[in-house]
Design a protein around this ligand. Structure first.
Ligand code: DGL
Length: 256
């Protein structure tokens, strides 16, 4: 059985990584839309068009389900994707709910980080309107992390000055939880942690998404007969170059 993973670029690898660990008996397709990344700086219409093209391709490879391992793509296209295809489509959204519930009584603040487009979109606004009755949520774009990670730049020299500048917009001493609302940001989790006061939690939706995928597959009685094999595609082109594959694999290991 093959499962498709989709992201604008390498961010979804952070989710794929958890999936391979939790479900090693499945084969995977990982599709990075490298021709069109970053989605967060594009318009909703542009991103929707890219996502439909990519998902058409992934479905044509015979996958049994697709994880949209991209908060930005989910926020602009998930509803229409589910109408368009009959296989399960699992989306991702910033983990606002657990963060807000955990802090409601403590009167501490929650910083939700995401791409520019996710922050502008109605889907996140609606989620916050529904959950954030006490107005404890602050929003923060970390869009540049997408650019850094796409060029495989995980150095502190590049990311730390940017992160310091962005987080200086808020009083971090009154913050209890930071939500990583973009799959690319997970690569910088440790750097973000080093900027925050002791005890501030960082949460993402990665494990929850994979658990959800597993539950859906079990519910449909779809169990794996694969071997954790991953085939990578860059915007529909199969990645044959070993150097690139090694770099991807290195990224997966870096998350352990
Ligand atoms: N990885 C993506 C997300 O989870 C999108 C990053 C981008 O292409 O701007 O939102």
């Amino acid at each position: 059985m093959k499962i498709g993973f989709f992201d604008s670029g390498i961010g979804g690898i952070t989710v794929l990584h958890d999936a391979v660990k939790m479900m090693p008996n499945v084969d995977y397709i990982y599709y990075a839309d490298t021709d069109n990344v970053p989605y967060g700086k594009k318009t909703k219409e542009e991103v929707r068009h890219f996502v439909f093209d990519a998902v058409d391709f992934i479905v044509s490879q015979g996958v049994k389900a697709i994880v949209i391992a991209c908060n930005t793509a989910t926020s602009v296209a998930i509803r229409d994707l589910r109408t368009r295809y009959s296989i399960p489509i699992i989306g991702m959204e910033p983990a606002v709910k657990p963060a807000v519930e955990k802090n409601r009584d403590a009167s501490k603040r929650v910083i939700v980080t995401a791409t520019d487009l996710t922050l502008k979109e109605e889907k996140l606004q609606n989620l916050i309107d529904k959950l954030d009755n006490e107005h404890i949520v602050d929003l923060l774009s970390l869009q540049e992390l997408v650019t850094f990670s796409e060029r495989f730049d995980f150095s502190e020299e590049t990311a730390m000055p940017y992160l310091k500048r962005q987080f200086s917009k808020y009083d971090l001493n009154s913050c209890d939880t930071v939500v990583l609302g973009c799959t690319h940001f997970t690569f910088y989790r440790n750097m973000i942690k080093s900027l925050l006061p002791e005890g501030v939690d960082i949460i993402d939706g990665n494990q929850g998404t994979v658990k959800n995928l597993k539950k859906i597959l079990e519910g449909l009685n779809l169990q794996g007969e694969g071997s954790g094999n991953i085939t990578f595609y860059n915007s529909g082109r199969k990645v044959e170059d070993e150097k690139q594959l090694t770099a991807y694999m290195g990224l997966l290991r870096r998350l352990d």
